[in-house]
Design a protein around this ligand. Structure first.
Ligand code: ZN
Length: 502
């Protein structure tokens, strides 16, 4: 079908996007249900429905008719609104990419990921890297090949990085990580010679039921509207979003540790505020939702660490915490609590790492995946390289692969190039704080009163509001200027020097 007028083409564009949004919504609700409420035996029917919907969504995206539509709109791009032009850009990119991937390879790869996920779930508890290695080898080979489909003009690993953070490359990341390492490694080393902080009271018995009402309190303090944001419990916490009026976060409660769920709720709550803060005009379009993993993590890690682990925030919420858990926190002061939630000690597992050492875990993964894609590291040598890097960066010995290179699910899911977003997000957040303080003045004065309204309003105005309208690099630069890791390294140095009297 040919298009004969712009209004006709724009109507087709809107219809296409709302159909895509409906498929995504339906598949998203199914996977949310699978992870939270669905009984274990219900997988078969859901699997069939998912297969039908995935195929329909693929056909919809790769439909040659879309190419006709996009060409017509491209020829009239100067008559489009900026939002329509950006929608076209995103849609065209997905379309071109999808058309470059042979359908057979696309299907084979999703089958491989499914099998790899099952293999990883078995290999991890069994501490059996050899059983997982053949899958990882195939995933690396696919990622190398797919990188060429994603963007044939880029180095393969750069093309993979761009899947998660548009505009990112190894040159920027190499410099960024070198700067982080240069600050963090000496700090970790100095802390190791100081008396360690006592956090034993965080590991007392904290009944799940009490922790649930504590989560409600935290979400309320963050200003999350529960009318539009649900909370559920899963093995690993995550955030799922359907539109700016339907966001779901999850957490995981541990009866003998208060910290994991407390900071998961604040972290996922940060993701949720980003999604909830998007302008209504982006709903049901390809611009709906946060723009990149790096910007998303900048929001979640901003609330989790910069706000949530600040002295001001602990001051604001400690009276509630103490009245909510009176037996567990008898004799504990606000200062003791602040110090305990900031205790820094090199550890094996990324998801349990403290704020200071967290990025070192990311660097290990970055070095390894970069070398795997470049072909300078073979999959069979991953455990050895992993252990060497943990020794070099964190100064610790890795006793087994279960707590070593098998710990994360990212690679088994094909997510090569994803990890750096976590570190980037942390650094983006520190630079945003600098800008925010210049605009608002005493940010932590508000936080100390438990008032996050100006903080969230600022983030909403400069970040959340835009959903995926602006590219991540452009969005960041317009708010903060050129990206500079110095804001983050200064922030860490100041915080941990004071905390440990270095
Ligand atoms: Zn996150």
């Amino acid at each position: 079908m040919e298009y004969t007028s712009l209004p006709q083409a724009l109507e087709a564009l809107e219809k296409l996007q709302s159909t895509m949004a409906a498929y995504n919504h339906a598949m998203g609700v199914l996977s949310q249900d699978a992870a939270t409420a669905a009984p274990a035996g219900s997988w078969e029917g859901r699997g069939r429905t998912m297969e039908v919907l995935t195929k329909a969504a693929y056909d919809l995206t790769a439909d040659p008719q879309n190419g006709v539509l996009y060409d017509y709109l491209q020829a009239h791009v100067w008559e489009l609104t900026p939002i329509q032009a950006r929608e076209l850009e995103v849609l065209k990119k997905d379309y071109d990419r999808m058309r470059r991937i042979p359908a057979r390879e696309y299907v084979d790869y999703s089958v491989l990921l499914n099998d790899a996920d099952a293999a990883w779930h078995k290999a991890k508890p069994a501490n059996d890297f050899a059983a997982f290695a053949p899958y990882l080898e195939k995933i690396v080979a696919y990622c190398r090949k797919f990188a060429g489909y994603y963007n044939p003009d880029l180095d393969p690993y750069d093309a993979l990085l761009n899947e998660y953070e548009e505009g990112m490359n190894q040159k920027t990341l190499d410099a960024f990580f070198a700067q982080l390492r240069g600050t963090i490694v000496p700090l970790v080393e100095k802390i190791s010679r100081k008396p360690q902080i006592d956090d034993s009271f965080l590991m007392r018995h904290y009944p799940v039921e009490r922790q649930r009402s504590f989560s409600d309190y935290l979400m309320e303090t963050m200003g999350i509207d529960r009318n539009y944001c649900g909370i559920a419990e899963t093995e690993h916490p995550f955030t799922n979003n359907f539109n700016n009026h339907d966001v779901r976060i999850t957490t995981h409660y541990y009866e003998n540790n208060l910290v994991p769920s407390m900071y998961s709720v604040i972290h996922e709550g940060g993701h949720a505020l980003y999604e909830l803060g998007a302008d209504d005009c982006y709903n049901y379009t390809v611009l709906s939702g946060g723009v990149s993993m790096g910007i998303h993590e900048s929001q979640s890690r901003f609330y989790e660490n910069i706000i949530g682990r600040s002295r001001a925030f602990v001051h604001a919420i400690f009276p509630y915490i103490q009245s909510h858990f009176p037996e567990q926190l008898t004799g504990v002061t606000e200062e003791m609590f602040y110090r305990a939630v900031n205790k820094s000690q090199p550890s094996l597992v990324r998801t349990e790492a403290d704020e200071l050492t967290y990025c070192l875990h990311i660097m290990v993964r970055y070095e390894i995946e970069k070398a795997l894609i470049a072909g300078t590291l073979e999959v069979k040598d991953v455990p050895q390289r992993w252990n060497e890097l943990y020794k070099e960066y964190l100064g610790i010995d890795v006793p087994n692969d279960k707590e070593g290179c098998l710990q994360d699910s990212h690679w088994s899911g094909g997510g090569i190039g994803y990890f750096p977003s976590y570190a980037l997000g942390s650094a983006y957040g520190a630079q945003m704080l600098d800008r925010m303080e210049k605009d608002l003045g005493d940010v932590f004065g508000d936080v100390a009163k438990g008032d996050l309204s100006r903080v969230t309003a600022w983030l909403r105005e400069h970040i959340h509001h835009y959903a995926s309208f602006k590219k991540p690099g452009e969005l960041f630069r317009e708010v903060c200027g050129e990206f500079d890791a110095k804001y983050y390294t200064d922030y860490l140095t100041k915080k941990f020097t004071e905390l440990y009297e270095l």
